[in-house]
Design a protein around this ligand. Structure first.
Ligand SMILES: Cc1cc2nc3c(=O)[nH]c(=O)nc-3n(C[C@H](O)[C@H](O)[C@H](O)COP(=O)(O)OP(=O)(O)OC[C@H]3O[C@@H](n4cnc5c(N)ncnc54)[C@H](O)[C@@H]3O)c2cc1C
Length: 531
């Protein structure tokens, strides 16, 4: 099959135009880079992500060491402490940089940066822009700066579906146009690639993540042989509103203001589960809600005593979601369920953002930097995306690359695109039901086998990539026979010191586990059923 080739002059290619990708392109200027964006720049729907707040130790009495200590405490013993300290130390500098780009963070009455507190932070260190508009303001400032930077060559309307390597080093990418389903792939030679493709929430049927957070970026690195770290650790937001895809987040701040979790009988099911009741850590609340849902009692956030006529002003995202669901939260409890929210795992990178593949760097949610361990604290995702994007640029400033030779059509190996549809739905349902908040050995083993089949048999490159990432998550969850941080195994409910280290795995290792599980004899049915 013939495929078009895009001529380049040996520029660095950045894949993904979210916070990490935009920021990396800017930090590299004036060095020429190509920035691949799935949509026209700035037009992508980041959905509710745009509410995102950012953490930085900038208030009086707070310190980078204290910020790092909070990461280490939350991470279930798996946080790389040096990485956490370095991230916290770089935070203030990134905030200053954003302000120079025109982001106007909220101010306190004395003119200093206004800070608020969030769960798992021991100090007030969450910064926002007009309350709810932080993420939106940051992306808008980055997009404007990118558009004004001549060294950044934009390629809009493309997604990457294969990372091309030769002898363990990056050679380029295979891209597809997003506006033409059956378009032939395009090859692009590149000596260095920065993956900044975001998270994996869309692998789950219940997720708060936008469509593009589909794990394909992680998969293309894994399929090229990159080491993947901690894939089993997925944070589930406990209170996502049910019935919509993506599921809108019902913010913790509502519970902070006095809204309560109840089941259909009006019972406050978190009372016996944790001293902090509804404000317990996210994992604990997610498990409490799952227990009610599994028992058929339902789970609701009753915010009737908290919300009044100004709901649209105070909680615009929730208000819009309730209108879409035909629900009045000032009169009715809001149905909630846990939903995949943030991936602690990703492409294993060092402090410079380098992966295990020569010529491949990763930043943002697709990367695993070691700062999250088994759990993640609020406001650190955007921070980490900005900090690591900048570190990659610094690292790349010391690298020069020869013009890379053109790629041969033989580099292209994928069969024609097939239709996604049911395969993707099946994958997402398996992930939510068997690799979700509550996991156990048998469910995970079944999931691994089914996902491996999808990965092997699918003709659709997107679905195959999604299945590769799902396989890494499910096999790592199967292998970790303990509960730690966000990873909860009902069959192994306690932490086990044997597993007190980060997972470092590859797709080849995941496939081996899948093969072993597929070869295991089917469980013997009880006599009564086998008759
Ligand atoms: C509802 C919600 C609320 C959140 N709240 C917070 C918060 O308060 N604070 C916080 O710090 N974090 C928060 N997060 C997490 C945070 O928003 C993300 O971790 C962060 O945006 C990730 O940035 P990124 O640049 O890595 O990826 P993204 O911003 O997701 O950008 C990824 C980009 O890559 C593109 N892409 C993906 N795959 C490909 C491909 N194969 N080829 C080409 N392009 C591709 C996408 O189209 C997109 O442009 C929240 C997330 C959600 C969903």
């Amino acid at each position: 099959m013939h495929c078009d080739q895009i001529e380049t002059s040996g520029q660095i290619v950045i894949v993904g135009a979210g916070v990490a990708g935009l920021s990396c392109a800017l930090s590299l200027a004036p060095r020429p880079v190509i920035l691949i964006s799935a949509t026209a720049l700035g037009e992508e729907s980041f959905g509710a992500t745009m509410q995102a707040d950012i953490a930085a130790a900038v208030s009086a009495g707070d310190s980078a060491d204290s910020h790092a200590a909070d990461m280490i405490a939350a991470g279930g013993g798996l946080v790389d402490e040096d990485a956490a300290r370095a991230l916290a130390r770089d935070a203030a500098g990134r905030i200053e940089h954003l302000m120079r780009l025109g982001v106007t963070f909220d101010r306190d009455p004395r003119g200093g940066l206004a800070t608020s507190r969030a769960a798992a932070h021991s100090a007030r260190r969450i910064l926002s822009v007009r309350g709810d508009f932080t993420g939106q303001a940051i992306v808008a400032a980055l997009v404007a700066a990118v558009r004004a930077t001549p060294s950044i060559q934009l390629m809009e309307g493309y997604v990457a579906d294969t990372l091309l390597t030769d002898n363990g080093a990056v050679r380029g990418l295979q891209l597809r146009r997003t506006d033409e389903n059956d378009a032939a792939p395009v090859l692009m030679a590149a000596p260095a690639v920065v993956l900044a493709t975001g998270g994996i929430g869309r692998l789950f049927a219940a997720t708060t993540n936008p469509d593009h957070a589909n794990g394909i970026g992680l998969a293309i690195a894994a399929r090229a042989g990159a080491v993947i770290a901690d894939p089993e650790f997925v944070q589930f937001h406990p209170t996502a509103m049910t019935g919509q895809d993506p599921a809108p987040v019902v913010s913790e701040s509502l519970r902070g203001a006095g809204a309560i979790l109840v089941n259909r009988r009006g019972q406050r099911f978190m009372l016996p589960r944790h001293p902090l009741v509804d404000l317990a850590p996210r994992d604990t609340v997610a498990r409490g809600i799952m227990a009610e849902l599994t028992a058929g009692r339902g789970a609701f956030l009753d915010a009737r005593d908290v919300l009044d006529e100004d709901v649209a002003e105070r909680y615009p995202v929730l208000h819009r979601a309730c209108i879409a669901a035909g629900l009045d939260p000032t009169r009715q409890p809001i149905p909630v369920a846990p939903a995949a929210h943030f991936h602690m795992g990703g492409i294993a990178v060092d402090g410079r953002g380098r992966s295990s593949i020569e010529g491949l760097w990763a930043a943002g949610e697709v990367a695993a930097t070691g700062t999250d361990g088994a759990n993640h604290i609020a406001g650190n995702a955007l921070l980490s995306a900005l900090v690591f994007a900048d570190r990659i640029a610094e690292d790349l400033s010391g690298c020069s690359f020869a013009r890379c030779p053109a790629l041969h059509d033989s580099a292209f190996a994928a069969p024609p695109r097939a239709h996604a549809g049911p395969g993707e739905r099946t994958l997402r349902e398996i992930m939510t039901s068997q690799v979700g908040v509550i996991r156990d050995e048998d469910g995970l083993a079944d999931a691994v086998t089914a996902i491996a089949r999808l990965e092997r048999d699918s003709l659709d490159p997107a679905l195959r990539n999604m299945a590769s990432t799902a396989l890494l998550i499910a096999t790592a969850a199967w292998s970790r026979r303990e509960s730690r941080g966000a990873h909860c195994r009902v069959d192994c409910p306690a932490e086990n010191p044997v597993f007190a280290q980060r997972t470092m795995t590859t797709l080849a290792a995941a496939r081996e586990i899948a093969d072993e599980l597929a070869a295991r004899p089917a469980p013997r049915l009880p006599r009564s059923l086998s008759a």
